[in-house]
Design a protein around this ligand. Structure first.
Ligand code: ADP
Ligand code: MG
Length: 210
């Protein structure tokens, strides 16, 4: 009898629901990319993480699957926040999270980026969003106006952290992070690792490996 060797690149090795694994198959996600294989087991345990990998390596699923796994969809409160450098990237991340969330009923994802009026975003927040994806400036704006409340936040993601630093968002990120519960998961993704990233990590990550 031959015992199949476990394929460490298979999504089936992860602590994901059967529905989520079936959804991944439908999306054509057969094998994990290198960054997914390196980060998902740790991130799905709820640990903090810094992950560095170039563009196109599949970083979105590396944080989207863990944040979705932690959601309580019956609770209408923002439980995950993803900060991105630009509106375009925030919209791409929103689209990908929605695709990966199809296994779950009624996961609501809102984009909070500048360049469009606040009103539509405020209405979406009032109707109860589980996940917010946005740029630091617009997210702060909603926080200051009391439209966005982060008391129930479980996961904070800094995506494209190096670009956010290049764009001068350090203080905005710090201000947003200060309004998140101290006990949370923080995931930091970056294509490069300049000194500023280490500073971000020291300030906002607790038990990170990576
Ligand atoms: P990054 O954020 O690292 O630039 P993305 O998360 O945007 O990369 O992923 C790039 C593309 O690869 C997307 O179209 C995404 O749907 C696809 N992708 C990611 N992971 C996988 C996978 N394991 N299998 C197949 N396609 C994947
Ligand atoms: Mg990306």
């Amino acid at each position: 009898m031959t015992i199949p060797t476990p394929d460490s690149k298979s999504f089936d090795t992860l602590a994901l629901s059967a529905a989520s694994r079936e959804n991944l198959r439908r999306l054509g996600y057969i094998e994990m990319t290198a960054i997914q294989a390196a980060s998902l087991p740790t991130a799905l345990q709820g640990r903090d993480l810094i992950a560095q990998a170039k563009t196109g390596s599949g970083k979105t699923a590396s944080f989207a699957l863990p944040l979705l796994a932690r959601l309580d969809v019956r609770r209408f409160a923002v439980q995950a926040l993803v900060l991105c450098p630009t509106r375009e990237l925030a919209e791409q991340v929103t689209t990908e999270i929605r695709r990966l969330a199809r296994a779950e009923d009624n996961v609501k994802v809102v984009t909070l980026a500048g360049g469009v009026p606040l009103r539509g975003q405020t209405t979406s927040l009032e109707h109860g969003a589980h996940v917010a994806v946005g740029t630091p400036g617009r997210v702060l704006d909603h926080l200051e106006r009391g439209h966005l409340v982060l008391d129930a936040l479980a996961t904070l993601v800094l995506d494209e952290a190096d670009r956010m630093l290049d764009m001068g968002f350090f203080d905005d990120i710090a201000q947003v992070a200060r309004q998140c519960p101290a006990v949370r998961q923080t995931l930091l993704f970056s294509a490069t690792y300049p000194e500023g990233i280490a500073r971000l990590a020291r300030q906002f990550l607790r038990d990170q490996i990576g």
